[in-house]
Design a protein around this ligand. Structure first.
Ligand code: SAM
Length: 287
């Protein structure tokens, strides 16, 4: 069932409204309707948002809410909501709260019993993941990488054994240093995707083993420009890549007669290996 209603009847509401991350065509119809009909738009940078609003011919008043004043101004906005005004929260680009302001405001609204309604829309992490070719069944968004090398290396050590895809935001002036630190901790074979300038003219996806990706980015300064997302393939147990032929042959024979789980458990017992590793190998390699 669909419901085309934009504003709930007379209930003061904070709307979380994503805006495009490059291509203005990615604004949603509902975002335009909400931004046009609320009493006030809380924006990270009112001049930046002003340009977006004038492009869509939206006249709504704006109010500055950014990292430096959010704790203090969130209370002012909650009071306006409690007085009956409806407010939309936007950031400069993408989904508010995702490496952007809004967390304090949403928390305060929840505490005060104000209704909070999220609109789905553009977000660089999801956009990058969806086309990266990396496993998307489990992933974590790790936000911006730390600015200093020590912090970055600690972060890479923390995720080194994680099996999920890990996703980072990075800025152009740090990309080479970050890839260098990553190479030191995760090694040259880890598959990494650099997604740049999503939804824009020079959108680029490059997925390579880390050693090769570092050299590719180093050799071409264009690849160090613009907005970027780094996606790191999860850790793969070494045993998955290097199971002896005898083990895989046994597993294949057993799995013809038994469910894979059972076959993997038996083969693991015979060869004194981990059954989960054999089971995963079977899932990836056997029909
Ligand atoms: N709230 C935004 C979102 O929903 O993705 C993220 C805001 S954060 C301050 C900005 C960072 O997001 C950039 O430095 C970059 O890492 C990533 N980003 C935003 N737009 C992007 C784009 N068009 N292409 C690639 N990365 C982008």
């Amino acid at each position: 069932m669909t419901d085309n209603k934009t504003l709930p009847d007379q209930i003061p509401t904070l709307f979380i409204v994503p805006t495009p991350i490059g291509n203005l065509g990615d604004i949603t119809q509902r975002a335009i309707e909400v931004l046009s009909s609320v009493d006030l738009i809380a924006a990270e940078d009112t001049r930046h948002t002003g340009k977006l609003l004038s492009h869509f011919n939206i006249q709504t008043k704006t109010f500055a809410l950014h990292d430096h004043n959010e704790q203090q101004k969130a209370q002012v906005l909650v009071e306006k909501l409690l007085e009956g005004q409806s407010i939309a929260l936007v950031s400069d680009a993408g989904t508010p709260l995702i490496s952007d302001p809004g967390y304090h405001l949403v928390t305060k609204c929840r505490q005060a019993g104000v209704k909070v309604v999220p609109l789905p829309g553009a977000c660089a992490v999801i956009t990058a993941l969806s086309a990266s070719g990396l496993p998307s069944d489990r992933f974590s968004f790790e936000g911006f990488l730390p600015a200093k090398s020590k912090g970055r290396k600690d972060k890479f050590l923390e995720i080194a054994k994680a099996e999920r895809t890990c996703i980072f935001y990075e800025s152009p002036h740090r990309i080479l240093d970050s890839l260098k630190d990553m190479l030191e901790i995760l090694g040259p074979d880890r598959e990494v995707v650099l997604a740049r300038e999503l939804t824009k003219t020079f959108e680029t996806f490059q997925g390579l083993p880390l050693g090769e990706l570092f050299e590719w980015v180093q050799a071409d300064s264009n690849q160090q420009r613009g907005e970027m997302v780094l996606l790191v393939h999860g850790h793969r147990e070494a045993v998955l890549e290097s199971l002896p032929d005898e083990v895989t042959r046994t597993l294949a024979i057993l799995s013809k007669e038994l469910p894979l789980k059972k076959a993997a458990a038996l083969a693991a017992e015979i060869y004194n290996l981990k059954k989960n590793a054999l089971y995963k190998w079977g899932l990836e390699n056997l029909d």
